[in-house]
Structures are given as structure tokens and as C-alpha cells.
Design a protein around this ligand. Structure first.
Ligand code: NAD
Ligand code: ISE
Length: 342
């Protein structure tokens, strides 16, 4: 069976996902698109080698009988209403992070999905599909390093767009580290503190844009007693570098450097660093959508990041922003987890 997919939001990642769904992912075809900017949507549709319906808005696309499942890649604040509409139609929906921009909206989604009675929502936390992170999780599960005690997670971007604000280091960037830490350590996050060192000069004096507090260091407590130390550096210039090391009772496991080769010359040994998120995680995105489409096609239970994961990460983001603004440790108090997500 081919899963006919409608994509809401044909901007940067929307176009990348359309390309992989239409050309790479077995059993998937993009049959409908829409964008706030109708011309962009029409151009993207024209670029495909088959007929694609261009809808006036996301709600019309969700109702389209030629759409079996929905992908949401529009701006974050629009996600919740589209996800809720898809649940209302009983359709599977893959939503790029964040699931919603407020905890209240993530809880509305959970309530709707629980009322539906089975999982329809998957959130785009693609790190869970990255081969290196998967090997790290397997190493921990095998008991090779003993019980995990500390996770160091470094999230470095070469630069960020003018629209990027201070809080985005937490809600747009570190949200990936929060999710992957919960998944790796099999724990919930219970509290967060944020320290802002002296700022990188590249984050200051950004014309019309606000000065950034960059880097940020977060100390994050978890339900198992393991502690996460998360660094965001979003103006690091040298590349898109994702660092990770779990310290256990008997050893450590870390993400290896990425280059295919190491070059030794003139007294140095050098390895390449990816330039952006798309090159660092392209294979993870491929696996993420391939597994999602396979599960949707088979009607089997979804195994990827759930609405609960979207809610839990949103709760940590809210606490992190409060910790940054108020300069104090903020606890994360989650609602009781519905049975659907256990
Ligand atoms: P973008 O600005 O390039 O594209 C977003 C598109 O959504 C734009 O074309 C815009 O016109 C459209 N849009 C906005 N509101 C809409 C609406 N109501 N209906 C239909 N279309 C609408 O942004 P992007 O970088 O592609 O990011 C999109 C989403 O993907 C964001 O939530 C972002 O956080 C997420 N993202 C995730 C990753 C990742 O690593 N997983 C990386 C980049 C972006
Ligand atoms: C972007 O939205 C992403 O999700 C990237 O993975 C992340 O590295 C970047 O900081 C975000 O802005």
C-alpha cells in the first residue's frame, strides 16, 4: 500500500522532507501540499514529477480524501492546530519539532489523542534515528559502561538567522538535547538551571536583531539521579557540531567525530565537521520517515517520539526559559502519564 502524504509548510525542511518522501522512502507519495505562501507551494508542487494538489490551507489538506497521512513542517506556532485537526480526522500526523509552542497546547493534543484511543502523532525528534545515538543507547543497554551518571550534550551551530531570539537557544535548539537525553537515559527531566557565560561576540550587535546570550550551559536533573550538562553554542562558526558523552559507573560512551577520513599533515590530524543540521542528520531524517511510513502503512503501533515526548520536552523548555530569565533552578512537574504512552 502507498501512503499518500500531504505536507503543510513547503519551506526549508518541508522541501527536504518532500524530496525524501517522494524519492527515497519506500511506500510513500506526496499527493498534496500547502503553504502560507501559495506561490512557494505551487512551485514545489510543479517540481514533482506527478500531480500534486495545492490546497489553500492546512485544514483543507487534512480533509482531502487523497491524503492518508499528514506531515507538518510549518512554523512552530501553527503546529498545534494542524495536529489537532489531523487527529480530528483520525489521520496519522508527523509533526516537526516543536509539537506545540506551549505546554497547554501539547496537553490538548494528548487529550485528543487519548480520546481517539490510539497513537496518531509522531514528533520530529530525529536524533533518535541517528546511527551514532542508537549505538550509544545500545552500549548503555548492554551494560558496557555501567549505570549512566552524567550525559554531556554539546549542541553547536555555526550561526543562526536574524529572527533567532535568546530563548530559542532553549526552545528551538536545546529541545533536541532534552529529548535525546530523556530517551538515552530512559528518564524524565525533573529540574533545570541555566548559566550564561560571557557572550560570544558573534551573538552581539546583530543589527535589528536582539543580542544573544550565547553560549548557554544547562545543568539538568533527572528522575534516575543522572545529571545532564547541556551546552548550546549557536555562533561557533567552525561548523555544525553535535557532541555527546555518557559517563557511566565503569566507563564512558561518546559520539565519534564524523569525517569519513582523517587527514594527517604538517603536524596536525584533522577530521571534517558538518556544515549544517541537514548534512549532519540527513541519514537520520531518512530513517525517521522510512520507519514512520512503514508503521503507518502496516497499521502497527507507532514507535517514534510521541505526543508525550512533545509535552515533556515543552515542559523542560518552559522551565529552562524561566531558569534563564530568573537566574534560578526551576523544577519540571509533569502531569500523570496516560496509559497510551507507557
Ligand atoms: P521555514 O521558514 O523555512 O519554512 C516554514 C514554512 O511554513 C514557510 O514556507 C511558511 O510560509 C510556512 N507556513 C507558516 N505558517 C503556515 C501555515 N499556517 N500554513 C501553511 N504554511 C505555513 O522554516 P523551517 O526551517 O523549514 O522550519 C519548519 C519547522 O521545522 C519548524 O518547526 C522548525 O523548528 C522545524 N525544524 C526542525 C529541524 C530539525 O532538526 N528537526 C531543523 C529545521 C527546522
Ligand atoms: C533548528 O530548528 C533545528 O532543529 C536544528 O536541529 C538545531 O540544531 C538548530 O539549532 C535549530 O534552530
Amino acid at each position: 500500500m502507498t501512503v499518500r502524504i500531504g505536507v503543510i509548510g513547503t519551506g526549508m525542511i518541508g522541501q527536504q522532507h518532500i524530496h525524501r518522501l517522494d524519492t527515497l522512502v519506500p511506500g510513500a507519495a506526496v499527493t498534496a501540499v500547502t503553504d502560507h505562501d501559495g506561490e512557494v507551494a505551487a512551485r514545489v508542487a510543479d517540481g514533482l514529477d506527478h500531480d500534486v494538489t495545492v490546497h489553500p490551507d492546512g485544514f483543507a489538506l487534512i480533509k482531502d480524501p487523497e491524503v492518508d497521512a499528514v506531515v507538518v513542517t510549518s512554523w512552530g506556532p501553527t503546529h498545534a492546530e494542524f495536529v489537532l485537526a489531523a487527529i480530528g480526522e483520525g489521520k496519522h500526523v508527523f509533526c516537526e519539532k516543536p509539537l506545540a509552542t506551549t505546554q497547554e497546547d501539547t496537553l490538548r493534543i494528548i487529550e485528543a489523542e487519548v480520546a481517539h484511543g490510539s497513537r496518531l502523532v509522531q514528533v520530529g525528534f530525529m536524533r533518535r534515528y541517528d546511527a551514532a545515538y542508537r549505538a550509544m543507547k545500545q552500549t548503555i543497554a548492554d551494560g558496557a559502561i555501567g549505570a549512566p551518571l552524567v550525559f554531556y550534550s554539546g549542541h553547536r551551530n555555526p550561526d543562526v538567522p536574524a529572527a533567532y531570539t535568546r530563548e530559542m537557544a532553549i526552545v528551538d535548539t536545546a529541545v533536541h538535547d532534552f529529548d535525546v537525553a530523556r530517551w538515552l537515559l530512559d528518564a524524565e527531566i525533573t529540574a533545570i538551571s541555566v548559566i550564561a557565560p560571557r557572550s560570544n561576540r558573534h551573538g552581539l550587535g546583530r543589527g535589528e536583531a536582539e543580542d544573544l546570550q550565547d553560549p548557554l550551559l544547562m545543568t539538568i536533573e533527572t528522575s534516575t539521579g543522572a545529571v545532564i550538562c547541556c551546552e548550546t553554542s549557536v555562533n561557533i562558526r567552525y561548523g555544525y557540531d553535535i557532541r555527546g558523552e555518557v559517563v557511566g559507573e565503569d566507563g564512558t560512551v561518546s559520539l565519534a567525530d564524523r569525517g569519513l577520513v582523517q587527514v594527517r599533515t604538517a603536524g596536525t590530524a584533522a577530521v571534517g565537521v558538518p556544515g549544517d543540521f541537514a548534512s549532519r542528520f540527513h541519514a537520520a531524517f531518512d530513517v525517521e520517515l522510512t520507519e514512520w511510513v512503514a508503521e503507518v502503512a502496516a497499521g502497527s503501533p507507532l514507535s517514534g517520539p510521541s505526543s508525550w515526548d512533545g509535552y515533556a520536552s515543552a515542559a523542560v523548555c518552559d522551565a529552562g526559559v524561566e531558569a534563564l530569565q530568573q537566574g534560578r533552578r526551576v523544577s519540571v512537574d509533569l502531569v500523570e502519564q496516560p496509559a497510551l504512552y507507557r
